[in-house]
Design a protein around this ligand. Structure first.
Ligand code: IPM
Ligand code: MG
Length: 357
């Protein structure tokens, strides 16, 4: 029995998680997998119901589970108020408490979606990269963040901190993953300016010596932002620190045509993982039933592959999604007119039908 905690969250989160559960149930039947689902409060809805974004019971449920499927958190309603009462603070705390230091965000440009991207098809063709983002360190977790007031002049401080071992473990993950891919790692930093980046570069270089079959290159983050658009096929594994990874993975999303397609996995040292679409809660379209469920469904595929070691079911989901996209099925985010766009539920129905075949 596979124990999965569902954290639907806010906005379109519940809509896409519901669809992903249908896909899991179909896979259960087809591949003889059994699931026990438990749903918990997380994010803005938890602030409303329990006064905090990550209630203790939610964290404890996650700690006991085999995997977590998260929708999305946040929304304008919770953008005011103190930091402790922000959904995003709950997300960072969840990642930290669960030790999920490795965030994997694949970006694949499907030929059939070439027109959905704002980049020219000939530049995109063949793009298949994976951002490996450090997720529990850096400026997101600087412990000296504060504001000071000097005679009415308010100053805010965030600090970026990285310890050697934090860089080492994420670098090992990146090189190991690269071995199963095209054996090329681009490590992204800002070593011409930042001390944390200079340490990053040193440590990554040292770790690379244990993976002589993998090619390592270093790239400055500003240049990387440019190269991703200029020649995306250059990249295989993009290894980077927390904030650069946040930014570059949104950029990479636009190579695929829509952030509605991007899945992610957050892992620690074991098989446990937290899986979530890269997109946010999209309050502007919440409740309309038009969100693209594919990012969450592909996150389930990552869960099956990385936590449950079920490549068969994971491959089947990915194939079903591709078949459906190839057949021309589109949700509204994929560059079709709203009148021709499929609803969230209809897109899932097509994917489940493709799975059956
Ligand atoms: C992401 C999101 C989060 C992040 C926010 C919601 C805290 O942008 O997962 O990329 O910055 O990590
Ligand atoms: Mg982000």
């Amino acid at each position: 029995m596979n124990h999965i905690v569902l954290l639907p969250g806010d906005g379109i989160g519940p809509e896409v998680v519901e669809q992903a559960v249908f896909v899991m149930q179909q896979c259960g039947q087809q591949f003889g997998m059994t699931f026990a689902f438990e749903e918990a409060l997380f994010g803005g809805c938890a602030i409303d119901a329990a006064g905090e974004p990550l209630p203790k019971e939610t964290l404890e449920l996650c700690q006991k589970a085999d995997a977590v499927l998260l929708g999305a958190v946040g929304g304008p309603k919770w953008d005011v108020g103190p930091k402790e009462r922000r959904p995003e603070t709950g997300l960072l705390a969840l990642r930290k408490h669960l030790g999920l230091y490795a965030n994997l965000r694949p970006a694949i440009a499907y030929d059939c979606l070439a027109n959905a991207s704002s980049i020219r098809p000939e530049v995109l063709r063949g793009t298949d990269l994976l951002v490996v983002r450090e997720l529990t360190g850096g400026i997101y977790f600087g412990d000296k963040e504060r504001r000071t007031d000097d005679c009415g002049r308010t100053t805010a401080i965030d600090t970026c901190v990285y310890a050697e071992d934090e860089i080492e473990r994420i670098a090992h993950q990146a090189f190991l993953i690269a071995r199963g891919r095209r054996k090329h790692v681009t490590s992204v930093d800002k070593a011409n300016v930042l001390e944390t980046s200079r340490l990053w570069r040193e440590v990554v270089t040292r770790v690379s010596l244990s993976y002589r079959d993998v090619t390592l290159e270093h790239m400055l983050v500003d240049n990387c932002a440019m190269q991703l658009l200029r020649r995306p096929t250059h990249f295989d594994v993009v290894l980077t620190e927390n904030m650069f990874g946040d930014i570059l993975s949104d950029e990479a999303a636009m190579l695929t045509g829509s952030i509605g397609l991007l899945a992610s996995a957050s892992l620690g040292d074991g098989a446990f993982g937290l899986y979530e679409p890269v997109h946010g809660s999209a309050p502007d379209i919440a409740g309309q039933g038009i969100a693209n469920p594919i990012a969450t469904i592909l996150s389930v595929a990552m869960m099956f592959r990385l936590t449950f070691r079920r490549d068969d079911a994971a491959d089947a989901i990915e194939r079903a999604v591709q078949d459906v996209l190839r057949s021309g099925a589109r949700t509204a985010d994929l560059g079709v007119d709203r009148s021709q766009a499929l609803s969230t539920a209809d897109m899932t129905t097509r994917i489940i039908a493709a799975l059956r075949n």
